[in-house]
Design a protein around this ligand. Structure first.
Ligand SMILES: [Fe+2]
Length: 170
């Protein structure tokens, strides 16, 4: 494979990651407006929204280091994430659970994407990209681990609220 091929794979992957992170924001923002009764979830989502904004900046920096203008980026929504986002908007009473599952799925999608990008960076010798991509990966892994650590407890709280006849609102 030529250097040109590797570079092309890398730039495409970075652009896809940029689209992925914008999709992540569009999944998180509606949740930030709706979650009321799970303040720890709200805090973690707020923090990850800020992390995601930084991740987008890191990706734009790497693209500009490759002389690829990010202003030319046309982010295409991924169908996978689109349906996940739609799932989060359902008005069913278990919205907090469905959102948690969708967020966990999305974080794992992102983890795989950054592992792949780091591999391409290695193949192509794009050493300047390793630190920012590793930083993005670490934040996705931390968010996925947080959901993994809390989904059981969130479920218990959801069940307790339901038993107590409390509003189903998230
Ligand atoms: Fe994320």
């Amino acid at each position: 494979m030529s250097d040109h091929d590797i570079r092309s794979i890398f730039v495409t992957g970075l652009r896809n990651a940029h689209a992925m992170e914008n999709q992540a924001l569009s999944i998180m923002k509606p949740q930030l407006l709706r979650v009321e009764n799970y303040p720890d979830v709200l805090d973690r989502l707020e923090a990850h929204k800020r992390e995601t904004e930084n991740q987008i900046t890191r990706l734009e920096t790497v693209l500009s280091q490759l002389n690829e203008s990010h202003s030319a980026l046309k982010d295409v929504a991924l169908s996978f994430t689109g349906s996940m986002a739609a799932m989060g908007h359902t008005m069913a009473g278990d919205e907090i659970l469905k959102n948690s599952f969708a967020n966990f799925a999305f974080e794992n999608f992102e983890i795989a994407a950054y592992k792949s990008l780091l591999t391409v960076a290695d193949l192509g010798g794009f050493t300047f990209a390793v630190q920012p991509l590793t930083a993005n990966l670490a934040e996705e892994q931390a968010m996925a681990a947080w959901i993994d650590d809390h989904v059981a407890e969130i479920t218990t709280r959801f069940a307790t609220r339901k038993q107590a006849g409390q509003t189903a609102k998230v």
